[in-house]
Design a protein around this ligand. Structure first.
Ligand code: PGA
Length: 246
């Protein structure tokens, strides 16, 4: 079941989710967080950094697992998701980096996917899984398609995703064309799933997610409707665009 939260602004959405995470960590200091990359969570991560620096939350016992990683670039590459997590969050909070996991982009891709799959369940599933959403409704890199995968696997990125992510690279040709990603079952296994979305490019994807009870592999996010504790946080601008009235 999806709980939709409509906020006044994107900043308010980020504050809402940052508060949820701080509350969870305060209640369960050794919790496990599933984390996401992309443009959307960056201001939310800034709020976590501020809260940590202000002494309002302690990440020293937290474990994390990230949703996905590009294939073919090392963790030192400035567009890798390991680099993203280090620079946007981990380097600025008191987390033990040994307790953070981002799949490896280099080496044996199948072995790396198997390692990610094991990390999803190691020590128990995530207490909270953070998600963004692609313009095509993808979550992690589970792309809109006739079929989806349950477990961690290698995904060929769609043109829509490559175009959307080209803004982070010098040239579109530099965007990796494959990625390692958690599967749908891995995401649905988390105890709570929290998706943040903003911007009108997400209108169709969010409409499919919050305006009907239909589930389709052509909008992978719709599978979250089967989760008992899924929260979708959108701002008023996006809610108005999809026609969501509450
Ligand atoms: P974005 O990406 O936050 O950069 O829009 C979200 C996603 O592709 O999941």
């Amino acid at each position: 079941m999806i709980q939709v939260v409509v906020t006044e602004s994107y900043d308010a959405s980020c504050a809402y989710v940052a508060d949820m995470i701080c509350k969870l960590v305060n209640e369960k200091p050794a919790c496990k967080l599933g984390l996401a990359t992309g443009g959307t969570p960056v201001p939310m991560y800034k709020k976590l950094i501020e809260a940590n620096k202000a002494g309002k939350v302690d990440f020293s016992a937290v474990h994390t697992v990230n949703l996905d990683e590009y294939c073919g670039i090392p963790g030192t590459h400035d567009q890798s998701y390991r680099y993203f997590m280090d620079t946007n969050l981990f380097d600025h909070i008191n987390i033990d980096k040994a307790n953070t996991y981002v799949a490896q982009g280099m080496g044996d891709a199948e072995a790396n996917a198997a390692e990610l799959e094991a990390k999803v369940y190691e020590g128990g599933v995530a207490d909270l899984q953070l998600l963004g959403i692609g313009n095509n409704g993808h979550i992690a890199f589970n792309e809109a398609s006739d079929t989806l995968h349950a477990t961690a696997h290698i995904e060929k990125l769609t043109e829509s995703t490559i175009n959307a992510n080209a803004r982070f690279f010098e040239r579109k040709e530099d965007v990796p064309t494959t990625a390692i990603t958690m599967g749908m079952g891995d995401i649905l296994a988390a105890k709570c799933v929290v998706l943040i979305a903003t911007g009108l490019a997400k209108t169709d994807a969010i409409r499919g997610l919050v305006m009907s009870d239909e589930i389709t592999t052509h909008n992978p996010s719709t599978m979250l409707k089967m989760h008992p504790n899924a929260v979708v946080v959108i701002d008023k601008e996006l809610a108005d665009a999809v026609g969501y009235k509450g």
